[in-house]
Design a protein around this ligand. Structure first.
Ligand code: ADP
Ligand code: MG
Length: 339
């Protein structure tokens, strides 16, 4: 009899784990932007080259990291955001799995410069294949600048799966928009191959939505705002004439996290019943704030799917909130009881 089982070396284990979190440049963009948000940044710049295939860089003016933390951050399951499993149900940050930087360092060439505002010097680190190649003190702005080059340089099979630059750039823009719409109080910019694609000054929620979706929405948004002890729903729906034939601009955020939910899409569509054609899709950007104990965000590595403690209440509330908003603007004839 012979034994056959071996523990995988760390860098291989990291490469495998990376597959769950980092599927493409857009997923790395999401993770890095969310880290900058969690660091309390008020200004976040995203710079990409070749649709993120050769470079993704995020510069923030957030809390920065100490020398030890900068190194620790790239270990698997290393996080400053939770300490116990219960913390998951009180979570206020975007991250908590402690996997993103370890994954990125396993599949790209990473350089980071980070400085805490109160420190005189920052730390520079260069990492490849999960190994630190260089570490030294450096002069840099307070905050963090992290760049990852040549995504999947060491996993050719995955690199071959990447789509055209246009398709990968579309994913990057989707991720960028989702974070930017969740945090209108933060400045965001996106530069691709030296050209600025987005320049989003900090402002109100409505300003941010119009900046992102386009000026044509300025006079086309109906405010939604409904509050209870249990949850708040707010944001905007497009007037019925902004409905589209294809599923276009539909955004749900739960506690500032973009989520996908066919169930909640349906709640909004139901509120638009009789106002738009059956085969068209309403435009909306809606935010649901609910006690973190009422949602489980740890059902998928990318956290885009979540589970509500009581889905039916949320459905009913969202539908009612949208109906109410539409009725107030007198564009919901079916709800006009004054006749
Ligand atoms: P998570 O975000 O789930 O904690 P990450 O791998 O994304 O895991 O990051 C690991 C840790 O590195 C974070 O918990 C945080 O303490 C630190 N970190 C990452 N990015 C930044 C940043 N831009 N500014 C300050 N700290 C950061
Ligand atoms: Mg993170």
């Amino acid at each position: 009899m012979s034994d056959k089982i071996q523990l995988l070396p760390d860098n291989i284990a990291n490469q495998i784990a990376a597959g769950e979190v980092i599927q493409r440049p857009g997923s790395a963009v999401k993770e890095l932007l969310e880290n900058a948000v969690d660091a309390g940044a008020t200004k976040i710049q995203l710079i990409v080259q070749d649709a993120g295939k050769s470079l993704i860089q995020v510069i923030d003016n957030g809390s920065g990291m100490s020398e030890t933390d900068a190194r620790m951050a790239f270990e698997r399951h290393a996080t400053s955001k939770i300490r116990a499993i219960d913390d998951l149900f009180h979570i206020k940050t975007m991250g908590f799995r402690g996997e993103a930087l370890a994954s990125i360092a396993a599949v790209a060439q990473v350089e980071i410069k980070t400085r805490q505002p109160e420190s005189e010097f920052g730390t520079y680190l260069c990492i490849e294949n999960s190994k630190v190649l260089q570490q030294e003190p450096c002069a840099c702005n307070p905050g963090t600048s992290i760049s990852m080059k040549n995504l999947f340089f060491n996993v050719p099979a995955r690199r071959n799966f990447l789509k055209s630059n246009a398709a990968e750039m579309r994913h990057i823009i989707d991720e960028f928009i989702r974070v930017a719409m969740a945090f209108p109080q933060i400045f965001f910019s996106l530069t691709h191959n030296g050209q600025e694609v987005f320049h989003l000054e900090a402002g109100s929620l409505k300003q941010r939505i119009v900046q992102v979706l386009g000026n044509q929405y300025n006079a086309k948004l109906v405010a939604v705002k409904e509050e209870t002890d249990y949850l708040n729903v707010y944001g905007f729906v497009g007037k019925p004439d902004t409905a589209k034939k294809t599923r276009g601009d539909q955004y749900f955020f739960v506690n500032n996290r973009f989520i996908k939910s066919a169930y909640l899409n349906h709640a909004v569509s139901a509120a638009f019943e009789n106002l738009i054609a059956k085969d068209s899709y309403p435009t909306y950007v809606l935010y649901i704030d609910v006690d973190p104990s009422q949602v489980d965000i740890n059902v998928h590595p990318t956290k885009q799917e979540i589970k509500f403690e009581d889905e039916k209440i949320i459905y009913a509330f969202v539908q009612a909130a949208v109906k109410h908003a539409l009725a107030q603007f007198s564009i919901a004839p079916s709800l006009d009881f004054s006749l």
